[in-house]
Design a protein around this ligand. Structure first.
Ligand SMILES: [Zn+2]
Length: 505
């Protein structure tokens, strides 16, 4: 048994250092299942990133279809900055990748910023998998070059005007609990949405530590006292303009301090309800196996269902990553079910680079999935019984299958097969059209016949000037693939303008 597991998980890796300067060639066989999540290679390379300049390299990939995206990290000492890319190419085609200084992501730095951009020492190239099946891949990064002059300006693309389409369901996530901006009321927000031909809104009204409505389950944000119940205001506008309202709850994820009442994190820490990461530190995430956390998540969803809404919407209905939870509540619950763990938590921890998975780790993957699914199932059973007119939906990850089970413990294919959900909104946020097409195709399969309204990540598309063109392309792709609608992330004033320009009649 052990031998078999090892043989299946064997990963061949080659990083060859070509004679030509600043060029690297990588190849790997990736085994079936959810591990490894990525294949990565490190190379030494000294360079600076000039302030107004840019770096370029020529990229090819022998087998692009099974890849989720590619990441290039630049290393300076023990610090990393990163750039993710999804090139619009077919397998074997070459494309020049251009990275300006502002394109680099600094979130892995200790303070999220970098003062000195000189003295980088190495590069890390990663391929993230999109599919569960085994595949082989070869990639080249050639002619890595630092340019002192600014990157050439690429002309803005013109957005196509889409033909009208009857009975298309158009949904929009709205992140702010008080409307699309500080200045726009719910009445204005919903009126504008309706004028843009949208049928449904998904307003984010609560996190574990704060609700923007009168709640007996969650702590109520001070905003409610000053400005009134925001769910009531949103619902009133939705009724007035004929837009359906699916209240969005952020599950488990406490988020930044503006998203919860004062003292919430300390209170949860004291009660032992925070998830503990693989380094033994507590996090701003509620432990999904803690009975009080589970109870609160279920009760909060049921309380929303009772408020006369059209639907309730799960989000962050998962773990943050493979890095949690290893608290004592989890240890006891796991050992009660599966027996004593020889070395806790070492024997159950996985990470994105893990090349094989032991029987115990497999059980821990299942344990984490079961903790999340338990909440979805209980909410679904109770809502179906007590509020049969309320629909149940979720924002879900973009791969489905074993990948999403192993990484974040979100078994959303099961939730669809078991009909716990009425519809799903996969967060298929992509800049590249071919990657978007593959992503929604995967989602369609994983949704197993349950209604699926793919997410279009308008707010996170790049470059900014091309966003209206990308919106049109992606809506057309959704139509071409046979979906009945889509969900736009997220409704802010710039998104509102783009949607109005594209869809108002
Ligand atoms: Zn835990």
């Amino acid at each position: 048994m052990k031998l078999k597991a090892f043989a299946c998980a064997a990963v061949l890796s080659v990083a060859s250092f070509a004679a030509e300067k600043n060029s690297w060639h990588f190849s790997k066989d990736i085994s079936a299942g959810g591990v490894p999540q990525r294949a990565r290679w490190d190379v030494d390379h000294k360079f600076d990133i000039p302030e107004t300049g840019h770096v370029t390299f020529d990229f090819t990939c022998s087998n692009i279809e099974p890849c989720l995206h590619f990441t290039l990290h630049a290393r300076k000492g023990s610090n990393w900055i990163s750039y993710s890319f999804t090139p619009d190419i077919v397998s074997g085609e070459k494309k020049q990748i251009v990275i300006t200084r502002k394109d680099w992501n600094l979130k892995e730095l200790p303070n999220g910023k970098l003062d000195d951009w000189k003295g980088f020492e190495g590069l890390r190239f990663s391929i993230w998998r999109a599919v569960d099946k085994a595949f082989s891949v070869k990639c080249s990064l050639e002619n890595f070059t630092v340019h002192a002059e600014p990157a050439p300006v690429i002309p803005k693309r013109i957005a196509a005007k889409l033909p009208p389409r009857a009975n298309e369901r158009r949904l929009a996530w709205c992140h702010r609990a008080w409307g699309m901006s500080d200045k726009a009321s719910w009445d204005y927000t919903i009126r504008k949405l309706k004028q843009s031909g949208f049928t449904d809104v998904i307003p984010n009204m609560c996190r574990p530590g704060g609700a923007y409505y009168e709640s007996n389950v969650l702590p109520v944000m001070p905003y409610v006292k000053e400005h009134g119940d925001q769910l009531e205001a949103c619902l009133k506008a939705c009724r007035k303009y004929g837009v359906k309202c699916h209240v969005w709850k952020v599950n488990w994820n406490i988020g930044k301090s503006h998203g919860h009442v004062k003292g919430f994190v300390e209170k949860m820490r004291k009660a032992g309800r925070l998830a503990v990461d693989s380094a033994g530190k507590d996090t701003r995430w509620l432990c999904p196996s803690h009975p009080d956390n589970r109870r609160t998540e279920v009760d909060a969803m049921l309380e929303l269902a009772a408020k006369g809404v059209d639907g309730i919407h799960f989000d962050f209905i998962r773990y943050q990553w493979m890095n949690m939870c290893y608290c004592n509540v989890c240890k006891n619950a796991f050992e009660e079910k599966y027996g004593k763990v020889p070395s806790w938590p070492k024997s159950v921890i996985l990470d994105g680079d893990s090349r094989s998975i032991s029987d115990l780790q497999k059980k821990y993957v299942q344990f984490r999935c079961d903790n999340i699914t338990a909440v979805v199932r209980e909410v679904s059973e109770k809502v179906r019984r007590e509020y049969p007119n309320v629909t149940i939906s979720a924002a879900v990850l973009k791969r489905g299958g074993e990948n999403d089970r192993v990484s974040m413990a979100q078994d959303w294919g099961l939730w669809c097969r078991e009909k716990y959900l009425d519809f799903v909104c996969p967060m298929s946020y992509e800049t590249s059209l071919p990657f978007f097409r593959r992503c929604i195709e995967r989602a369609q399969k994983n949704a197993a016949g349950v209604k699926c309204y793919p997410g279009i990540g308008y707010s996170v598309m790049k470059p900014r000037g091309d966003k209206p063109a990308m919106l049109a392309e992606q809506v057309q792709a959704v139509r071409d693939a046979g979906f009945d609608g889509f969900t736009v992330f997220e409704y802010t004033p710039p998104t509102a303008t783009a949607l109005y320009n594209q869809f108002h009649e």
